[in-house]
Design a binder for this molecule. Sequence first.
Ligand code: ADP
Length: 542
Amino acid sequence: MADINDARAALKRYFGYDEFRPGQEPLIGAILAGRDALGVMPTGAGKSICYQIPAVLLDGLTVVISPLVSLMADQVAGLEDNGIHAVYVNSTQSPEEQSAALAEAKQGLCRVLYVAPERLDTARFADFAAHANIGLLAIDEAHCVSQWGQDFRPAYLGIGEFIARMPRRPVVAAFTATATERVREDIVRLVGLNNPQISVTGFDRTNLYFDVIKATPTAKRQWIERYVAAHGEESGIIYCATRRETEALADDLNARGASAVCYHAGLPPEERSRAQRAFVNDEVHVVVATNAFGMGIDKSNVRYVIHHNMPDSIEAYYQEAGRAGRDGLPSRCTLLWCDADIMTRRRFIDNESENDRLSAEDAEAVRARRRVLLDGMTGYCRTTECLHRYITAYFGETGETVCSGCSNCDGEFETVDVTDIARAVSECVHDILTLLEPNRDGSPRGLGAAKIVQILRGSDSQEMHDWRHLDSAPTYGRLKNRTAAQVRDVISQMIADGYLVVADGRFPIVLFGPRAVETVAPDFRMTIKRLERPAGSAARSA
Ligand code: ADP
């Protein structure tokens, strides 16, 4: 049986590399030993090698399930260049080409076969799978199985069944770049990974300086104008929430002597590609864009990414901000935000029209999930902890993250003591657990953050009086002198810091987190960021 030394030799022989990158060795080692694996690494960190090396060492064929039909030919060509024979079957081929590829794979004439998840469901492929000698099933972009993410793809739900129908279960290895705890659990459960080796690595981008600034819309604008003027020769991307804002801001920057183009999905395709080309070729320095910009854009010398508005999840933020500094040189990622950004995002979730095709209950569940993602994002805006650490912890990276530069570690904020609010919140969670009976399976019942705010502020809503006597909770009305926003901020921060957790379920509920006991200690203190910072103070360069 091949082991990790064989893997290292194969790394050198087929790919020309001497060392594995972080995370690759444990994953490859597990696969070679016959154990399932889940690799979570950002794009470009080296996931493909984790199944390509076992593919040349294991007995039998490696089937790679990938949603990216348009990239399959490239992936196959890349492997062929390295001397690894691979084929693909997809809808771009004629039926004859498809049969030829499958025949080659069945006869063991190639090492790797790429297919899209939709194909698993066809009778032809089922017949193939029943007769081929498949040693490894690798699932690329495995987060598509989860409805928690943005890229849910129903066909991924069929993978588990497909595996169950195979006459001999192969080793199964799933890979993804975007996986929070919840998505990871979904992958393990829905694909049916068996005690997998899980490896989460490579999320920290040490050359990026992270900066969070709360500012009014006017102050945001001024900050950006100043920053762009002071960094005139550098390439930068400025993300705005709406098409109108991108146009107005690009005009404004140009009027002040900068060279900026705007980019959004409402522009004619020629204009979009012209803007993109001008930016990639350094003919203009700044692109002011909506989130439509960035997919497949390969520009390594982006020195800064500024967000004029807060995105709706850390996943989205990190993907966009991560377009800075691909060349490894110091670059800056600044997030400008204000309370209105949060309200806009909340309103957007409340009114989402794509939910129209779902049942009312399912639509509410989707909304509840989006709100949890949004809480992760607002937690980033408000945290007083290291921003690098916040991000790596969000993605579930377990190793120690050492800050390589962020505005929180530079101490660019003042704090407010919110110990009394935090204690009251903690007691309120306790009250709720006492008042509500546990579920039938013994798991605790709880309430969402909005209800906790209502109880603490002594809301007079009928529900408070009628339902389980919430108004009899000892903490009912304890924080009636505080605003809902203040209490909500503290709850978000308590979740971000691990005093509370949001538990999975159809509706997210707030329960005690691993650090909850600290809130009853006599010396417990909690502070949060005082969020008003003069906008001018941060316009100096990173
Ligand atoms: P991902 O699938 O995670 O996006 P890839 O597998 O495409 O990433 O790898 C990204 C790049 O890194 C590729 O050019 C690959 O050859 C290279 N790479 C992967 N592993 C190593 C390694 N151990 N040493 C050096 N380069 C590596």
